[in-house]
Design a protein around this ligand. Sequence first.
Ligand code: ARG
Length: 592
Amino acid sequence: MQKILDLISEEVKKAFEEAGYDAELGRVTLSNRPDLCEYQCNGAMAGAKKYHKAPLMIAQEVAEKLQESEVLSEVSAVAPGFLNMKVKEVFVRDYLRDMSNAEKFGFQTPESKKIIIDYGGPNVAKPLHVGHLRSGIIGESIKRICRYAGHEVIGDIHLGDWGLQMGLIITELQKRQPDLIYFDDSYEGEYPQEAPFTISELEEIYPTASAKSKEDEAYKADAMEATYKLQSGVRGYRALWDHIIAVSVADLKKNYANLNVEFDLWKGESDVHDIIPGMVEEMKKGGYAYESDGALVVDVKEETDTKEVPPCMILKSDGASLYNTTDLATIMDRMANFHPDEMIYLTDKRQDLYFEQVFRCARKTKLVNEDTELVHIGFGTMNGKDGKPFKTREGGVMRLENLIREINEEMIRKIQENAQTKGYEIDMEQAGETAKIVGLAAIKYGDLSNQASKDYIFDMDRFTSFEGDTGPYILYTIVRIKSILAKYEEQGGELTDTVIQEATNVSEKSLMLELAKYNTMMETACEEIAPHKICAYIYDLANAFNHFYHETKILTEEDGQKKAGWIALLALAKDVLETCIDLLGFSAPERM
Ligand code: ARG
């Protein structure tokens, strides 16, 4: 379907042309004075110079041509030369009827691409903390948006599973349980199926080991040695590593499932270990990689740089690979196995320069095709109310599980409070289930409604509120619509028999015009990979609906056709809202 702005623009362009002016001047935008009109066109101002005529005169001539329009009901030329317009009720009605019948509400999907999204990025054996939350939440939403736009999308978690942290864990295990069979170099039999630790032990082992290595040089050397032995394939170390991965991944899966975040691939840094030597060889042979202070590097600076872009390091002076190396090898691996047109990475924006180096290096060394798009979406920090990175009350790193628990508790309180003011009983078990769904919306909407690159303040009280620009408010609106639709059916109405009618008052028309913006909004959200545009839209849409709802007695309306028209309008609003929240990665409960 064409976007409503394009349809209106066509109408106005025609009028410009009929009045003897360039049709292109007739481009229409949303009104920035909604109190005066719904749409506006500033083309007369732009045409004034070219035609040596007062803009107001041009606007008047064009307005004259639009008097008989089937699209516009009111067109006025106002000083200094604006065209202020309102659209006909019947035109909006027809547009929404088409939207209701069209697939994806008539959203025209772009040309399909194959995209790999690299998000989540948790580190094995380290608990998930709120820092990983943003990558998971934003990545999941972007994945869904890209899929909705018709792209073929593969989501890859890209586990941090190969670095020094693995050596640290193994070292600490060896100190604690030196007799473990894994440390016996002469052992040739099968290793036990059962891991010699639980997830909670693992999560305690890592920070302990990490702290020790910072104070104790010898301990650190042991950990580096262990990392080296692991990476060079020592059997017992590999077997322990397998256990660490299995225990950790099982826990991660549980956590991500609670967040409604899913990955197609559970690959990690370790998966490209074997292809690194070949890649490095190619980089040397191609003349790209050279030695500098013992390390192997590739220059990636460009003449147009305004900031210093240091060389991309491929191997450290001891020959060990680093974060860059695995990312480059992963690019190579993805190109070979999936042939993507685009790769999108979601990490903290402090990695901006890092990805700039990696992308340039991948291009220069021809790991990717010339037209392969490499995109880094760097997001800001989630801060506490004090404006500093979010911490627990005690000042420690907030674990994701605890954050979710706190939100859920707050949500249960709000649900109880709401039931009390409305004077109805709630079933506590059901309230718990609802709190989970609404709590997730509170977290995700609170995050996604900000432009990704910006820092934001995690404000528990605001995020969980049923009022204002929040997830719970959006869900509350959906639940309200669902309840009206259900009551309509209880009264004997058939939802499938309803058809959208012409608006009969201002709030109804506003709601209709808000719905009609869907295609324009979705196109921008997809092009700009911007979930926050969807949030802004559904907030406006929810407001428009609630306005209409407070001014209209829907279920007691006597005129059957009018009532059915409203019901059809509500059904469309509900479908649009539900589609949008699904793209954001959450859903609505039946009741709240
Ligand atoms: N594991 C990394 C971290 O916790 C994030 C990985 C991001 N993805 C990537 N391809 N580098 O910082």
